[in-house]
Design a protein around this ligand. Structure first.
Ligand code: SF4
Ligand code: SF4
Length: 405
C-alpha cells in the first residue's frame, strides 16, 4: 500500500485525529507523526476524511497509461447515481469522461441489477446468514478480524470486477478488436475500491487496468447537453444502503453502514446472536457507496438525488439487461479465487511466545490508567501495552505512568 497511500510528514502535526478514527487500530503517532501499520488496514478511508491537514496522499494512475490502448473505456461507480438528479445530468458526467479521451463509458446499474437476482437466488439455498460482498472493506474486515465468518461471505465478485469482465466482451464485439487492446479504467468513489483494484484479493489480478479518483476528475461542472447513457433503472438503488432490503420481500435482510457499526454487527454474528437473517447488507461508508471518500456530494443529499433519478428514469431495462446477460457466464459473477484469512493480529507465529506476550501485555495494562486518552500516540491503553511488548514504544511514553513514577 506504501506506493498507493502516503502520509506527508511535513503536513502531519501528530494531532491523533486519524488514529482515533481508525476502526482497526492501524495508526500510531511516532515522533509526533502519523504512521501506518499496513497489515491492520482495511482501507475504509476514515483516516483520510478525518485529517484536517490533508496529510494523506492517494496516488492514482497516470493518464499517460491510457495511450497503450486502442479503445479506452471508463466505468463510473455506483455512487454517481447520488450526484445526478436525472439522466441528462448523468449524461453530463459521461460527457466529461468522453472529453478526457475515453471512447466508451459504462455505469454499473445493469450489473448490480443482474447480480441482485443471483444473490437472491443463492441465499435461499442454505440456512446460513450470508454477508454481501459489494464492499471490499467488509471483505477485508472479515479476512482480518473474523476469519471464521469467511464461510458466510457470498461468493460473488465486486460489481466493478464483474462489470469489467462483461464490458470488455461487449466492447471487443462492437469494435471487432481483441480484448487485450481495450483499456478499462475505474473511476473510484472510495479508497476501498481503489485499493481492491490495485491490490486484488487473489493472484489472478484485477480486470481493471487503471484506476482514477472520482473527485480528481469530476467536480460540480456537470454538462446537461448529453443525455445518452446505459442506465438500468432497477440498478439505481444499489448506490446506497437498503437496496436488498427494498427488493427482498421476506423481511430477512439486515442492513448496516459505517465501519464501526458493521464491526459490531459482525461480532454479533460471530457470537451467534443473529438468527433468521438471510443476508447482511453491509457497507463501510455511511449511506453505502454514495458516502464514498472521493465523492463530491453530501451523503444525505446524494440519497435523495438517487431517489429522484429513479423516479425520473424511463429506460427500457430489458434490452440492456439482455445484452449483459448474453455476455456473462455464471463464472463471471464469482471470485476467481478463494477468499483467505489474513493473520496480522497474531502476536507471534509460535503459540508459546504468543501466550508469553499476552501475559506481558496484561501485566503492563495493570500499570496503565485504562482511559484510552491517546496521548501516548497509541489508540488505546491495550494497543499501547501491545506496542510496548512489541518494542514499538516504551512504557515511559505513557504520561500517567511517568507521573506516577
Ligand atoms: S489527522 Fe493524522 S495525519 Fe492528519 S495531522 Fe492529525 S495525526 Fe497527522
Ligand atoms: S484506511 Fe481505515 S483502516 Fe486503514 S488506516 Fe485509515 S482509518 Fe485505519
Amino acid at each position: 500500500m506504501k506506493h498507493l497511500v502516503d502520509i506527508h510528514s511535513e503536513r502531519c502535526i501528530g494531532c491523533t485525529r486519524c488514529m482515533r478514527a481508525c476502526p482497526t487500530e492501524a495508526i500510531r503517532i511516532i515522533n509526533n507523526k502519523a504512521s501506518l501499520i499496513q497489515d491492520h488496514c482495511i482501507y475504509c478511508g476514515n483516516c483520510i476524511i478525518n485529517c484536517h491537514k490533508s496529510a494523506y496522499k492517494v496516488y492514482s494512475d497516470s493518464f499517460a497509461n491510457l495511450n497503450k490502448y486502442q479503445i479506452k473505456v471508463a466505468i463510473v461507480p455506483l455512487a454517481i447515481f447520488g450526484m445526478v438528479a436525472d439522466e441528462a445530468e448523468l449524461g453530463g458526467i459521461y460527457k466529461i469522461l468522453y472529453n478526457y479521451g475515453f471512447d466508451e463509458v459504462f455505469d454499473l446499474s445493469g450489473i448490480c441489477s443482474l447480480l441482485s437476482e443471483k444473490v437472491n437466488e443463492y441465499i435461499y439455498n442454505s440456512d446460513k446468514t450470508y454477508i454481501l460482498t459489494h464492499c471490499p472493506t467488509i471483505v477485508r474486515l472479515i479476512q482480518l478480524k473474523y476469519p471464521i465468518l469467511l464461510e458466510n461471505l457470498l461468493p460473488f465478485d465486486f460489481p466493478f470486477e464483474i462489470g469489467a469482465k462483461v464490458i470488455r466482451k461487449i466492447v471487443s464485439d462492437k469494435y471487432q478488436i481483441s480484448e487485450a487492446k481495450i483499456g478499462i479504467s475505474y473511476i473510484s468513489e472510495c479508497l476501498s475500491n481503489f485499493i481492491a483494484v490495485k491490490e486484488p484479493l487473489g493472484k489472478q489480478g484485477s480486470n481493471i487496468d487503471n484506476v482514477f479518483l472520482f473527485n480528481d476528475l469530476i467536480r460540480n461542472n456537470l454538462d446537461k447537453k448529453t443525455g445518452l447513457t446505459n442506465l438500468v433503472k432497477s440498478g439505481v438503488h444499489f448506490c446506497q444502503t437498503g437496496a436488498y432490503q427494498h427488493i427482498n420481500k421476506n423481511n430477512d435482510v439486515l442492513t448496516v453502514d459505517g465501519i464501526k457499526q458493521v464491526d459490531e454487527v459482525m461480532e454479533n454474528l460471530y457470537l451467534n446472536k443473529i438468527n433468521a437473517v438471510k443476508l447482511i447488507e453491509a457497507y463501510s461508508c455511511v449511506g453505502g457507496c454514495v458516502g464514498g471518500n472521493f465523492t463530491i456530494e453530501n451523503t444525505f443529499v446524494a440519497k435523495w438525488k438517487a431517489s429522484q433519478l429513479f423516479e425520473h428514469t424511463k429506460t427500457n431495462d430489458d434490452e440492456l439487461l439482455n445484452q449483459y446477460r448474453k455476455s456473462l457466464t455464471d463464472n463471471d459473477y464469482l471470485f476467481s479465487e478463494l477468499v483467505n484469512p489474513l493473520s496480522s493480529y497474531q502476536l507471534s507465529d509460535n503459540i508459546k511466545q504468543s501466550l508469553n506476550k499476552m501475559s506481558k501485555i496484561n501485566q503492563i495494562l495493570k500499570q496503565l490508567p485504562n482511559i484510552d486518552c491517546c496521548a501516548c500516540g497509541s489508540p488505546s491503553c491495550h494497543a499501547f501495552a501491545e506496542d510496548v511488548v512489541n518494542k514499538v514504544k516504551t512504557i515511559d511514553e505513557c504520561h500517567f505512568f511517568r507521573k506516577e513514577k
